[in-house]
Design a protein around this ligand. Structure first.
Ligand SMILES: [Zn+2]
Ligand SMILES: [Zn+2]
Length: 251
């Protein structure tokens, strides 16, 4: 059962007037701006569009089931990656991660995918393409990563946390392999009741995860000798990894 029309109207009415205490430059505040049904190849979702006063980006939630007031809702936080998500780039594994999260949530009664419009770790598409270009010209990944910029975790999670509050989710099961994500959300007041390991099926494009070791910067080289960037902030567990490999992900 999805969010009813009555519940949607109630949420939209409340959010029209919503302001967090101390609303302004320094205080993140988010409002639900629109909600609609979204049948998809992964199941019947509803799409929720958000306004926020922090980064003026149009973040989204893809919601399965009636999550309003619900506990232990499975949640995946995904950062936008135009090249990976839409085009299927193999420079990262964003599309595999996105599809596997949507497939899993699509089979559940309830779940949420937060789609954060933080392309290239928040520095935008153009700078991400620049960093790729630097790597093509032999730049060390560390330098190219500096050009890519490092994600401002605080910013990302504070908007994401408020999005969950706006949806009136009481507690979540976070789909991640990165304990830091849990700590960050917990510090922002999100109740994380459990972690669901983020496991993706093996395919020809991610087999290298099973066989290669990390470079000096902690990244991984694929079969072409190109480095795969971790744009989602955590390495996925690929089905078939050994317990040692899985343990190494969390270090
Ligand atoms: Zn607010
Ligand atoms: Zn990507």
């Amino acid at each position: 059962m999805s969010l009813s029309q009555m519940k949607i109207k109630e949420l939209l009415d409340e959010n029209r007037a919503h302001e967090c205490e101390g609303f302004g430059e320094s205080n993140v505040c988010v409002r639900i701006a629109a909600i609609a049904d979204l049948p998809s190849r992964f199941g019947d979702f509803q799409v929720v569009a958000f306004y926020n006063n922090r980064d003026n980006k149009e973040h989204a939630a893809f919601v399965k089931g009636d999550i309003c007031g619900a506990e232990d809702v499975p949640v995946r936080v995904h950062s936008e990656c135009l090249t990976g998500d839409a085009i299927g780039s193999l420079r990262c594994d964003c599309r595999d991660q996105l599809e596997s999260a949507l497939t899993k949530i699509g089979r559940m009664d309830k779940g949420i995918l937060l789609y954060m419009r933080q392309e290239g770790r928040g520095i935008g598409f153009t700078n991400k393409a620049r960093a790729y270009g630097l790597q093509d010209h032999g730049y060390d990944t560390v330098d190219a990563n500096l050009a890519l910029g490092f994600r401002d975790d605080e910013r990302e999670y504070s908007v994401a946390a408020h999005m969950l509050f706006s949806l009136k989710v009481k507690s979540i099961q976070l789909m991640t392999n990165n304990p830091n994500k849990i700590n960050n959300l917990t510090q922002l007041g999100v109740v994380v009741s459990k972690r669901i390991p983020h496991i993706i099926p093996p395919n020809e494009h991610n087999q290298f995860y099973l066989e290669t070791k990390a470079t000096k910067s902690g990244h991984l080289m694929d079969f072409q000798g190109k480095e795969r960037l971790l744009e989602q902030g955590d390495r996925p567990i690929v089905e078939g990894m050994t317990p040692e490999q899985i343990a190494a992900l969390q270090n």
